[in-house]
Each structure stands twice: as C-alpha cells, then as structure tokens.
Design a protein. Structure first.
Lengths: 286, 522
C-alpha cells in the first residue's frame, strides 16, 4: 500500500506550478532591476540629449548606446524604465501596505467587537462609493501633484476592500471553538485578538492583498497618466506612457514600452497571487 | 423618357449647385462668443468671421487698412479719432449698420458694468459718439498710439444693440448678430460651431483675395481635443483646414497627397517663462541671467518642435513693430559655461547633490505651468538644462481651469506663459505696467521708469517717439532678464489641396482671420 504523499511546504507546491514559477521569476527580475536602478542604468535618466525619439535597437535606425531608444526629450528609455519601475512599485507597495494594514485592522475589529460592526461597515460602504480615481483627483487638487498624494489616495482606496475581506474572514474565525476555548481560559482581549484571531486570519488576508497589488499598480499608473502622479523629471511608468502618447504615430516605443511593462507587472502579480491562494487556502488543497 | 431627362437635369443642377462646405478642426472651444467677455483664441477665431472691426490689419501685421470705417482722421493732439463709416454695411439680420452701432459697441466694451477683461485695449476713452449716421468721434483723454492696432482685434467687433439687449446674458451663447462674412448658425458648446454665409457681405478689406461675399456656404468649427485625431482628420479629408496639427505631423502631412501645409514667416505668439523678481532665489539678477544662458532655445526648437518654431531670445518677435534693433546683438544666447561662471561669481555654491545654494537658500525655484503636452515638453526641457548649471527647478503643472487662478497668486518663483500680440507696445503694456500686478504682470515688475516710458509710448504722437519709448523699455527689461524667452510660434496651417492656397494671418493666433480667402479650386 502506498504511503500517503507527505504535504510539501507551500513554496515547493508553488514552484511546481509553471505559470506561478514564471510569474515569480519575472517579478523577481523586475524587482531586482528596480532596486538596482542607480547601478545598472546605462545613462542618467533625467539628462536630456539631442538624440530625441531614437527607436529601440531592433529598429534599423536603432543604436546600441540606447538599447530601448530615447523619449521625446532625448532621455534614455531603458534607464528611465528602471527608475520608473522603482517608483511604480514603491507607490503600489506602500499604498497597499498602508491600506491593507488599516483595512484589515478595521475588518478584524468589526468582527471581534460586534458592537463596532455597523459603524465600521457603514463607514466602509461610504468609502466604497468613492472611485479611487475621483479620490485621487480630489486629493491632488488639495495637496498638489506628486507621488505622496497618489500613495495616500491609493491607500485610502484600498481600505474598504481590505476591511470587508478581513471582516468576513474574521467572522468565520470568531465562530471557531478555539476562540471560545481561549475565552474560557480567561485570555485577555488583546491576546485573543493577536494570538487567535489575527494569526488565523492573516494568511487569507495576505492573499487578498497580493491580488489587490496588481489593481493598485494599475490605478496608480492611471493617475500618473492623467498627470496627477510623479512630478517631472521623475520617471513613473504611467507618466512615461502619457508622455509617449503624443508620439504614438511616429515613435510608438515611447508609449508602448512602459505600457507593456505595466501589463507584465500586473499580470505577473495577479498570476502569482492566484497561485498563492491555491497553495495557501486549505479548502483548495487537493 | 421625358421624365428621365428631367430627373437627370435636376440631378446635374443639384451637383453643380452643391453647397461649398468645410469643416475646420480645432483643439478647444470658447466659453462664449461675446467679444467683450472672452479672451480665448477660440472666441476670436469665430468672431473675426462673424463680425467686423472698424479697421483691419494686413497680413504683414503692420499695415492698418479699412474695415467698417472707410477712412479716418486723427487730430493733431492725438486725442480725437474721427471715423467715416461705410454706408453699405448690413447685419446678418438685414438691418443697416450705422455709426450708432459703432458707438454702442465701444461704449459697451469700456463700460465697467460689462466687466470686460480687455477694456483697457480701447484706450483711455473720454467719449465715443455718433455725429451722424456715418461719422463716429472717438475721443481719448490721452493719446493712445496703439489704438488702431487694438481696434483691429476681435474685441473691437461691432455688435448690434437690439441683439445684445434681446439676448441678455445669452448674447454670444445662443446667438450673435454681426456684420462679418459669416453668420451665427448653431453652437453646441465643446462640440461644434456652425457658421453660414452672409450673402450681402461685400465690404472685405482690400488685402483679401475676395472682398465678399464669402465663397464658403457653411463652415463647421469642430472641436477635436486629441492631436493625433486631428492629424488623421486632415489626412482622411474629414477636415479641410486646421491650424491645430502637431508639429511632429507636419512632415507626414506635407508628404500626404491632397494635403498642403502653409506657413507664415511671421511669428507673433511668444512662449516664455517669467521670473517673480521679488522671490528669494530669482530676485538675484545673476540667477536670471544664468538661467537665460543655460537654455538652448535652438536645440529645443529643433528637437521638441521639429524646427517649425523660431527660437526666441527676444521678448517679442524681432519682426514686431517697434522692436529695438540695437538689442539684436545683446540678446542672451546659450552659453552654459558662462552661466556657471556667473553663478559661481555671485556666490551660489554647488552642494553634494549638484544643486547650488547661497546663505542656506537652495537654488530650487518653483515653476507653475499649464498641464498638457506643450508645457510638459517645454518645462521638462528647461528643467534638464537648468540641472546642468545646478538649478533644481520644480515643475508644478495645473489644468487650465485652475492654472489662471494659481498664476494670480504670489506662490511661485517662475511661470510659463504664451501670448499673442500685434506690436511691441501691445506686449509691453500688457506685462510690464506696475498697475497690472499681480496679473498679468506676474513678475511683480514695479519700475517707475518703465511706467513712465510705457505711458510715453502709448501717448506718443509720432512713430519715432513711440518707437524710441518702447525700445527703451525693451532694453530695460532685457537687461534685467525678467523673462526667459523660449520660442516664437509661427502660424502653420494644414489644408486640403482642393482649397486655394491660404495666406495665414497672425492676428491673435487666428490663422484664417475672416475666412474670406477660403475657396475651393475651380
């Protein structure tokens, strides 16, 4: 008789999924390039040159000095992409981080203290009625354009979704017997909240946040595309795509390359998020 | 058989008599078409076609010719202008135009109740009265050498009192009764403005190829905000003529069969960045001079605007009336080494990050510009040049809806702006008079000598006096480097080759002026 297959650690199961493995590798490479931008960028990303709108190297008029060509100001596209990816990722990570922590806390609190529930959930409903783009526009109008206001807007926009998910997860956790057992043992509320509720909800919440990351990157890029995000000369992928729009018919690489990169980042983040859910969610384990 | 012949005949006649209609695409609409209540180029473009002015400006931008007034006399003291009005002019509704209408139009223009942002352009008026049906006396309290030039602008359009009073607040919104070669058809704001031919029109200025009536039966001004879409509209023949094609597309348009690109050598629309001269960093003349020396206008004109625009080193076109020729050799041109030297000498020391500072003040001026691709390109290019000399210019771009308000504050150190003008005096009086602070004199240029000279120029009785006064002002402001001139924008028009070749006009950036020259080839 065959022995039952031992349960492998989650990461081993993850890398057995080829799509997830590819997504993880792609994201890893992108993140490394973003972190290493100052050392690997072949040119100063902010210095313009007379070589404007140079096509990428695979074009007949391309030049190895500018592998991905130059933009309308004669700045090196490759170097700007490294720096732009960095800012795009920072905006996504920081805002999802802040929004996720705040939202999860609200959601857990609502489940833990049913007295708060109606207030928290109505508050969340109100926030849900504000589209992130509108919120971004309003905040930028007050605070002025820049990466900071965009991060704040995206963080706020992430709160309601995270709160709802965290609450629904926490509500089911609260019904478990071990919570009652904990209460019976006379654990303090604090201990019950952190040791029992938080620890048992966190993995599911993390999966949701990782799925949310791709969406946030997209909204952030959209805000930058509208000119609300990073201030020039800073590079940001959405802003680079917007700057390339004027040249779309004549030098399409200026808009297309950053757009493709946004697509790849979001796709990889979503595929990886999905795969993480598959391996971490006990209900989906086969 | 007979019926077939008749049908064919009808069809043939219909074919021959097919109405001449064109569509002109443009970027933005105006908020209204009341000549006294809009300064938008979009309003002027249409008003020139729907209305007439007392006098007209020839395409050379210097010669004043007849308009509604067939002749005029100026008193010796320069304070009284007597206009002889044509007696064959009628409004679109068929009513005859009289001197009363002219007097009413100017009086409404300068009436404080109208709250016209362009009232000053009419001069210091004492009274404007109709002496009889064809004579108007225009009396000033002080001579105004610019007056005839100002009266060529769309703000001086002759309007119909009954029409204004009947429409009230809707004047120029739901209708407009003018005497121009075209009449108000229908306006759908932010979509299109339809004009129809004014059949009775025969009083076009002599420099037009056609003095009326217009060849076109109908003109549709269509709003298309996206520049690539406008380019495609011209290529595919959806639009017969436009001045709003991106420079990047001009080579392609020139190579497109059926499309012709015409350009005026004159460029009376200037782009510049101004300095608020009482702000901590840019109050130092050395900083302003260095910034002027750091920017390569020639490279910008070639790389960003594909050589279509003229690099600007002067605050007005060097072709403009009263430009001071003595300044031609003194203009600040690209010399980054000298710029660095000047900043070093002035005590601005580079820090670790390459940015200069002095007495703890970082050389990082904030510039307010309009959001959009044009100022985006310009300001980023300037920013990159300034980095080279250790100036860390901060760009803050605002949408046009809030930008004008922001530009009236004291919050910024530099600002980006562009403007049309007919002459040096026009430009200087607008921007450098101390009473025009904080806007449009956003530099806070407060110099009694300048005010005195501007007044002397405005009230000059001779061309020489006017020219020398304005010339001196030009020298003062150029010496102080109050602006960073960037480029002069010429008038470029893309047109279908089915149309006769257009002679572009530069008046207030309205390249088609009265639309009288628009004509399909025979």
């Amino acid at each position: 008789m065959d022995a039952p297959e031992p349960i492998r650690p989650w990461w081993q199961r993850l890398i057995r999924d080829p799509a997830a493995l590819l997504a993880a590798v792609v994201l890893f490479v992108i993140v490394v390039c973003a972190i290493a931008a100052p050392w690997i960028a072949p040119h100063d990303p902010f210095a313009s040159s007379r070589a404007v709108m140079k096509p990428p190297v695979w074009n007949a008029r391309g030049d190895w000095a500018y592998i991905l060509g130059t933009d309308g100001q004669g700045r090196d596209m490759l170097s700007r992409l490294f720096y732009g990816t960095r800012l795009t990722l920072i905006i996504g990570l920081v805002s999802v981080g802040i929004g996720g922590v705040l939202g999860s806390f609200l959601g857990l609190l609502a489940a833990f203290r049913p007295g708060f529930d109606p207030f928290v959930m109505r508050f969340v409903d109100i926030m849900l009625s504000f589209p992130a783009i509108l919120l971004g526009l309003a905040l930028v109008a007050v605070l002025g354009p820049g990466a900071g206001p965009v991060i704040i807007a995206l963080a706020i926009a992430s709160v309601p979704d995270c709160a709802r998910i965290a609450r629904s997860i926490a509500v089911s956790v609260m019904k478990q017997e071990y919570i009652e057992a904990g209460r019976a043992l006379g654990l303090s509320n604090m201990a019950l909240f952190t040791r029992y509720l938080l620890r048992n909800s966190i993995s599911s919440i993390m999966i949701f946040i990782s799925l949310r990351f791709g969406q946030i990157i997209l909204i952030g890029a959209a805000l930058s595309f509208l000119g609300l995000g990073a201030r020039p000369p800073t590079a940001e992928l959405g802003m680079m795509a917007a700057q390339g729009r004027d040249f779309l018919l004549y030098a399409p690489h200026i808009a297309v390359i950053p757009s493709v990169l946004i697509f790849v980042i979001v796709l990889a983040a979503n595929v990886l998020g999905d795969a993480l859910r598959d391996v971490l969610d006990p209900r989906l384990r086969s | 058989m007979k019926r077939l012949l008749t049908t064919t005949a009808i069809l043939l006649t219909a074919g021959i008599a097919q109405a001449a209609e064109i569509t002109i695409v443009r970027e933005v609409d105006s908020n209204n078409y009341d000549p006294h209540k809009s300064t938008a180029r979009g309003a002027s473009e249409v008003l020139f076609m729907m209305g007439d002015t007392l006098v007209s400006l020839a395409p050379d931008m210097q010669t004043i010719e007849a308009g509604i007034a067939e002749s005029w006399e100026v008193s010796e003291d320069g304070k009284t202008y007597t206009f002889k009005i044509r007696d064959d002019v009628t409004f679109c509704d068929g009513k005859k135009l009289t001197a009363e209408d002219v007097a009413y139009s100017v009086n409404r223009w300068i009436d404080p109740e109208t709250k016209s942002p362009v009232g000053w352009r009419a001069g210091e008026v004492e009274s404007v009265t109709a002496l009889d049906d064809t004579t108007v006396e225009y009396k000033l309290t002080a001579p105004f050498s610019e007056l005839l030039y100002q009266l060529t602008q769309s703000f001086g359009t002759i309007i119909d009192k009954e029409n204004v009073e009947a429409l009230g607040a809707d004047f120029g919104v739901t209708g407009f009764n003018g005497t121009g070669p075209f009449c108000w058809g229908e306006w759908t704001p932010r979509d299109k403005m339809i004009l129809t031919k004014h059949e009775a029109y025969t009083w076009g200025a002599p420099f037009h190829s056609n003095t009326g009536p217009a060849s076109m039966d109908k003109i549709t001004w269509q709003i298309v905000p996206e520049e690539n879409t406008r380019t495609v509209a011209v290529i595919t023949g959806q639009s017969e003529v436009t001045q709003y094609v991106p420079y990047i597309a001009l080579e392609q348009l020139k190579a497109t069969p059926g499309v012709e690109v015409v350009q005026s050598d004159l460029a009376f629309w200037t782009y510049f960045m101004g300095f608020k001269i009482d702000k901590e960093t840019v109050s130092d003349p050395a900083v302003r001079t260095a910034i002027n020396l750091a920017v390569n206008q020639e490279a910008m004109a070639e790389d960003l605007f594909f050589g279509v625009v003229q690099p600007a080193y002067s605050y007005v076109s060097q072709e403009a009336l009263d430009w001071n020729r003595d300044l031609d050799d003194k203009l600040l041109k690209y010399d980054p080494e000298k710029a660095n030297q000047i900043l070093d000498d002035a005590g601005w020391v580079r820090g670790d990050d390459g940015v200069r500072s002095k007495d703890g003040v970082r050389l990082a001026p904030t510039a307010y510009v309009f959001a959009g691709s044009t100022w985006g390109k310009i300001s980023e290019a300037v920013q990159a040049y300034l980095r080279e000399i250790g100036v860390d210019m901060q760009i803050e771009a605002y949408d046009a809806t809030v930008a004008w308000g922001k530009l009236a504050t004291q919050e910024f150190d530099m600002f980006g702006m562009s403007f049309p003008y007919v002459s040096s005096g026009d430009a200087l009086n607008l921007y450098f008079r101390s009473e025009n602070m904080p806007t449009p004199n956003r530099m806070n240029w407060n110099d009694p000598k300048t005010d005195e000279l501007l007044l002397a120029g405005a009230t000059a009785l001779t061309d020489e006096k006017r020219s020398s006064s304005y010339g001196e002002v030009l020298e003062i402001v150029h010496d102080a480097a109050v602006w960073l001139p960037l480029y002069h924008e010429p008038m470029v028009i893309a047109q279908s080759d089915k149309l006769e070749t257009i002679v572009p006009h530069n008046i207030y950036g309205s390249g088609l002026y009265k639309g009288l020259d628009l004509k399909f080839k025979e």
